[in-house]
Each structure stands twice: as C-alpha cells, then as structure tokens.
Design a protein around this ligand. Structure first.
Ligand SMILES: [Fe+2]
Length: 255
C-alpha cells in the first residue's frame, strides 16, 4: 500500500508532502529506518510529525528517556518544525506524548510553548509572503464518529483560536483514519480542518486507505481538497471539497 500511495503522490507532482503522524506501528528502530528511507524517496520536501504510535513501545527506557531520538535520527531533527514552500507556510507540532495521567497514553495534547511556537511562526514575515498558513498535528481538534474520534486535544478551542488569530488558514490532523474536511468557527475567524485517513495501515475504520491532495490557488484564493481512496484491485475513487477565502474569511463552496 505504501508504494501505491507513493506512486499516486509522484503522479500528482506535488510541491510538498505533509505526514500527520503515526509513521510507524510501534516506534521500532527498524520501522523508523524504513519510513526515513521512504520519505527521502519523494521528489518534494516533506514535513513529518510524530503520532502516538511513534513513541517506542518495546523499550521503556527509550520511551521515557529519549522518546523522539529515533524520529530525530531517521525522519527530521525537530519534532516541531516549519516548512515554507512557494508562499505556503506549514508548521508541524508534535501532539503525541510518551505518557500522561490516566490509562490511555494514545491521547495527545499541545503545550503552551508549542501553541506559542505556532502562533509566532504564523505571524512571522516570510519572503515570499505566505498566502496560505497551515498548522499540522496528529491528534484531532474536533470530535468525530468512530473509535478514535473522541481523542481531541485538551483545550482545543483555545488552541484553534490562537492559530486563527495568528493567521492560520488550515489545520491538518490525523489519528482517526477517516478523511474529511470541515470549517471550524473560532472567536478569531474560521479555520479549515482537513483530517487525513490512513495511508498504509491495515487498521481501517469504515473506509479504505487514502491520501489527501490539497490544491491552493492563490490568485483566486481557492482551496480544493481531493481525497484519493485506494480501493481494492488497484482502483482509486475520489471525494472532493472546495473552499474559498474572501476578505480573509473562509467559506465552503457548494457545487
Ligand atoms: Fe494515532
């Protein structure tokens, strides 16, 4: 499946790739080595962030003393990072945690420091000026149906409002294995949340593996999402959503 996804991305000749976490199943060294090689195979720059599955499961010493060492060795030097491509600023935030109070360690959160990092990055002047500003994290920012759909980050309204106030247009998320898009209103304006399905996991939750293709048209301030769903027997089906921005405000375009 991973090669099918890579071929589909290559055919689309994308300008950048964002991988919104869960690069591995259990954070093993060999899994990270493989995904590091995989990401280097793209012709476009990639922004990757960890997910809850990327915390080492089978080495408690590594999990607690150096949870992101493998990610840093094989994927990227930083777990919170910024990528600028052709007037699009993308900020990745690591919402996964090696442990937390409570039994469910798969849940995520963002710290005040991370929200500040994103807000400062969103507001910073870039050259060329960013016409589209994106925040990416692994955990969902709105509850959705399905087994993992309730795993929203704590204090999500405050985080989204800070992102919107700093100029964020898009918030990309993963974790729930169901692709979709929605406008989220905040006290500082609306942001578009685009959720990724699973690209290669066998844990499917009601829909096949998928990959989101986001096309940004800066001249018309139009954003199109195409979800490519990898059906059986090599077939690919698609779902489309479109949004437009007028005087700084996003709305969904209806057919
Ligand atoms: Fe996850």
């Amino acid at each position: 499946m991973a090669e099918r996804v890579k071929d589909c991305i290559a055919a689309a000749a994308v300008d950048a790739v964002v991988v919104s976490g869960d690069l591995t199943q259990a954070g093993r060294q060999r899994e990270f080595a493989a995904v590091g090689d995989y990401l280097k195979g793209f012709d476009a720059p990639a922004l990757a962030i960890p997910g809850n599955h990327d915390v080492p499961v089978y080495s408690l010493l590594t999990r607690f003393l150096a949870p992101w060492a493998r990610f840093r060795e094989h994927v990227a030097p930083q777990t919170d990072a910024i990528l600028d491509v052709d007037g699009v600023r993308m900020i990745g935030l690591n919402s996964a945690r090696p442990a937390r109070f409570g039994l469910d360690w798969s849940l995520g959160r963002l710290s005040d420091r991370q929200i500040r990092f994103a807000a400062e990055g969103l507001k910073a002047k870039t050259s060329p000026a960013a016409g589209l500003k994106v925040v990416a994290l692994h955990h969902p920012v709105v509850p959705t149906p399905g087994p993992a759909g309730g795993a929203v980050i704590p204090h999500r309204e405050r985080a989204l409002q800070r992102f919107a106030a700093a100029g964020a247009d898009l918030v990309l998320t993963g974790h729930v294995h169901i692709a979709g898009a929605r406008l989220i209103e905040t006290a500082s304006g609306a942001v578009i949340n685009i959720a990724a399905g699973t690209a290669a996991s066998t844990r499917q939750r009601g829909e096949p593996p998928s990959c989101n293709f986001i096309n940004w048209d800066p001249d018309n301030e139009r954003l199109d999402l195409r979800v490519a769903l990898f059906e059986e027997a090599g077939a690919i089906s698609h779902r489309q959503r479109s949004f437009s921005r007028r005087r700084g405000a996003w709305r969904e375009k209806t057919a």
